[in-house]
Design a protein. Structure first.
Length: 198
């Protein structure tokens, strides 16, 4: 409950900052959708999806602050060796908040995107399968707050469509409960977003 309260407070402060900056800076916002490839806790890469919203506030000449709020669905898998290998598939959902996120221009269309991210992991699904293709679905303990950093490369078209490749690495915070996935995760994302002028 405490971490949810902290996230809400950060959101309120961020929105207030946006309205303060609006009078002197150009503000844009829009939706984000994309796919991700995640390696959770050092396991094999799995494919998931993500969707959310962003705002972009120009601070200096084309140098911008870009907070994001994203819902993510991540996947990863593990496979044992032997004559009867067992494959374990993990699929979890989370809410991801990026407050300290900035756009650094390279050219008119190409930008770097760097920032920090806090991901609130919720209980996911763990499925196992053996050589007989039987599956056993269970509730996996993956709750906790994961904090990390990311770097991305963005290409923006003249119409406002943005294509971004992003790499993220994150580790569990002190209040994470551990469980099935208690270690760090890495993630590759391919995102599409669209700017709307405010």
């Amino acid at each position: 409950m405490k971490k949810i309260t902290n996230i809400i407070i950060i959101l309120i402060v961020s929105v207030g900052f946006l309205f303060t900056e609006k009078a002197s800076a150009q503000v844009k916002y829009g939706p984000i959708v994309g796919v991700n490839g995640s390696s959770l806790d050092g396991l094999n890469l799995g494919v998931g999806f993500n969707a959310g919203i962003f705002a972009e506030v120009e601070i200096l000449d084309r140098f911008s602050w870009r907070p994001e709020f994203i819902f993510s669905n991540r996947a990863s898998r593990d496979k044992t060796d032997g004559t009867d290998p067992i494959t374990t598939n993990y699929r979890i959902s989370s809410t991801d908040l990026s407050i300290f996120s900035f756009i650094v221009p390279f050219s008119d269309n190409l930008n770097a995107h760097i920032g920090s991210r806090s991901s609130s992991f919720r209980t996911g699904t763990v499925s196992t399968s053996d050589s007989d293709d039987t599956e056993d679905f269970t509730s996996g303990d993956v709750s906790g707050l994961f904090n990390g950093v990311y770097v991305g490369l963005m290409y923006e078209t003249v119409s406002g469509l943005i294509i971004e490749g992003r790499f993220t690495t994150a580790s569990p915070g002190e209040d994470s409960s551990g469980g099935d996935l208690s270690g760090a995760y890495t993630e590759f994302m391919l995102n599409f977003s669209y700017k709307i002028s405010w």
